[in-house]
Ligand binder design. Structure first.
Ligand code: KG4
Length: 336
């Protein structure tokens, strides 16, 4: 069955047509990066306005690229939570309009569930159950994916997300938005042992993460150096910072995999594109005998295809929304 899927939770207006949750017939992503770059980050009001301008074109192109009309679509899936509320509402309202006009069922999809589902497109044979480390711009969590629509949170960040910390570190080093990608690039030849950043632990919560102290620590390092007129090597700072984030993510994942007796690990979210994190998880997987699944790099960031993949499983599970569907800025992965 074919699903038309829509994503507008942050700064990408995206739509796709996906067949049976695994086969991407078309995927159109209109990124707003250039528009937000001059501000050093996403400006929510601008994001909403650009979604409004672009969404009709993006959805129509997804249908025409798939050589398909709305009448051949069986359901309309849309990201409704979590994300920037004004941005989400553009996709949600567009999907509601399409559903009303066409009579096709409306399927609400949790954004983090769809990041995980990007792996179902990359790895056709991947099926739950597995452990998943979700590392995105706004969220960081370790969860057990018991079934396609059944999740148990093992640990999550108490403050900033890993992506947010990467972006802030990049910005402090004067790198352009989107920070995480550029930090990854410039850090390739840096000395990861040059600077010692804290490895935060959360009392009595062995699988919870904390990145705000780490973020403050890189800001202090850069500001102190600038006040003293000292030159810092951005590649060394970046590499050391990425190592600290990766250590934290890897240590907690290793512990959780052992504690829960899991042997399959899946990575998801924008930060799963990070080269150091991917290499580290590959190393841990070899060492511990896990099966590791990484999303294709083209599917790590926000896209409509992953919404169509998760939307299919939500549809099979009976998840439906009516015209009262609203967007939500925050929502646990267990709620949909
Ligand atoms: O999952 P995502 O597209 O957005 C949310 O759904 O939140 O993730 C975006 C985040 C940004 O913080 C971005 O800097 C980070 O993913 N990111 C990276 C890399 N590529 C994207 N962080 C580190 N290394 C990368 N290569």
């Amino acid at each position: 069955m074919k699903i038309l899927s829509i994503e507008s939770s942050c700064d990408e207006t995206a739509a796709a047509v996906v067949e049976d949750g695994r086969n991407v017939l078309s995927s159109v992503v209109s990124t707003q990066i250039e528009k937000h770059k001059i501000f050093g980050g996403v400006v929510p009001e601008i994001a909403s306005r650009l979604h409004t301008e672009n969404i009709s074109y993006v959805v129509n192109k997804a249908l025409s690229d798939a050589d398909c009309t709305l009448s051949e679509i069986e359901a309309i899936a849309v990201t409704h939570e979590p994300g920037l509320i004004g941005a989400l509402l553009v996709g949600v309202n567009y999907a509601k309009g399409l559903s009303l006009a066409s009579g096709k069922p409306l399927v609400p999809v949790h954004h983090l569930r769809s990041h995980i589902a990007a792996n179902y497109i990359t790895h056709k044979g991947l099926k739950p159950p597995f452990m998943c480390l979700v590392v995105s711009g706004g969220n960081t969590l370790l969860c057990k994916v018991k079934d396609y629509t059944d999740f148990e949170v093992i640990g999550k960040t108490r403050d900033d997300a890993a992506g947010e910390a990467m972006d802030k570190a990049a910005r402090t080093l004067g790198l352009p938005y989107p920070g995480g990608v550029n930090l990854d690039k410039i850090s390739k030849n840096g000395d990861a042992d040059k600077y010692k950043f804290p490895h935060p632990k959360v009392d009595n919560a062995p699988y919870d993460f904390s990145f705000s102290g780490l973020k403050t620590s890189v800001i202090n390092l850069v500001h102190n150096a600038s006040q003293k007129g000292e030159e810092l090597n951005a590649a060394d700072v970046g590499a050391s910072f990425i190592k600290a984030v990766t250590d934290s993510l890897a240590e907690k994942t290793v512990k959780a995999m052992a504690e829960y007796g899991e042997k399959t690990l899946v990575l998801a979210g924008g930060v799963s594109a990070n080269s150091v994190l991917r290499a580290r998880m590959e190393k841990e997987s070899k060492k511990h005998g896990w099966q590791l699944y990484l999303p294709d790099l083209s599917l790590c960031g926000d896209n409509g295809a992953m919404v169509g993949a998760q939307g299919y499983y939500e549809y099979l599970n009976g998840t439906r929304a009516d015209l009262s569907l609203n967007g939500r800025a925050t929502a646990d992965i267990t709620e949909n």
